[in-house]
Design a protein around this ligand. Structure first.
Ligand SMILES: Nc1ncnc2c1ncn2[C@@H]1O[C@H](COP(=O)(O)OP(=O)(O)OP(=O)(O)O)[C@@H](O)[C@H]1O
Ligand SMILES: [Mg+2]
Length: 195
């Protein structure tokens, strides 16, 4: 089972992905907690571009995200699924579609991601950009490419508009205490595991 956690930067994705992994491990499930961009070579290049150390065209960046995803699937996700792990990915295809479609054609982004495994369950953590930016400013001293209020508002709308793109997609309000958010996510995951 591939579970994907999506949303804006600072929405609480890594926090919630970690809490979900702990919860499932506590229930004796084998879990791979993983994220995009990856720490594989193409993922490292993407991170360097996002922190503004290197520049590439916006189209090239989207192709890199897709290339990183191909690597992620082959080297990390698929092997874990074959050994019966529940895979939790902190970001996946919807992040490419939601962030990328502000500057690129959405249909093209869908095409370059169309061969990849579809998630079994997607949780979009919906947190207002203002709250995301406050959290980011508190947590780190560098602001990445794309982390700007008006842009994030557009990305947020894209996420919500994409809620029917994959089956089993749930929107969870992120502007609440961490344990309230995680309780909702656990309930959604339990309903799909049982269902
Ligand atoms: N529900 C919450 N309430 C208050 N603070 C939170 C909440 N969830 C996460 N945070 C804090 O906000 C910051 C960002 O959280 P987190 O790293 O989980 O976000 P993210 O969505 O993974 O963002 P990033 O884009 O940095 O990867 C962290 O300092 C985290 O402790
Ligand atoms: Mg994170």
């Amino acid at each position: 089972m591939l579970i994907v956690i999506e949303g804006l930067d600072g929405a609480g994705l890594s926090t919630q992905a970690t809490l979900l992994a702990e919860y499932l491990r506590g229930k004796n499930k084998k879990v791979l907690l993983t994220k995009e961009p990856t720490s594989l070579p193409i993922g490292k290049l993407i991170k360097s571009i996002l922190s503004r150390n290197q520049e590439v065209s916006l189209l090239a960046l989207q192709l890199l995200f897709a290339a990183d995803r191909a690597e992620h699937l082959e080297k990390e996700i698929e092997p874990a699924l074959r050994t019966n792990h529940i895979v939790i990915s902190d970001r996946y295809i919807l992040s490419s579609l939601a962030f990328g479609s502000v500057d690129n054609d959405l249909e093209f982004l869908k095409q370059i991601n169309s061969r990849f495994r579809r998630p079994d369950l997607t949780v979009i953590i919906d947190t207002p950009p203002k709250v995301c930016l406050e959290r980011i400013n508190r947590a780190r001293d560098n602001i990445e490419l794309f982390e700007e209020g008006q842009r994030l508002e557009k990305v947020r709308k894209q996420f919500l508009a994409l809620k029917n793109y994959f089956d089993n997609t749930f929107i969870v309000a992120g502007d609440r205490a961490k344990d309230e958010v995680s309780k909702d996510i656990r309930e959604v995951v339990e309903s799909i595991i049982k269902g």
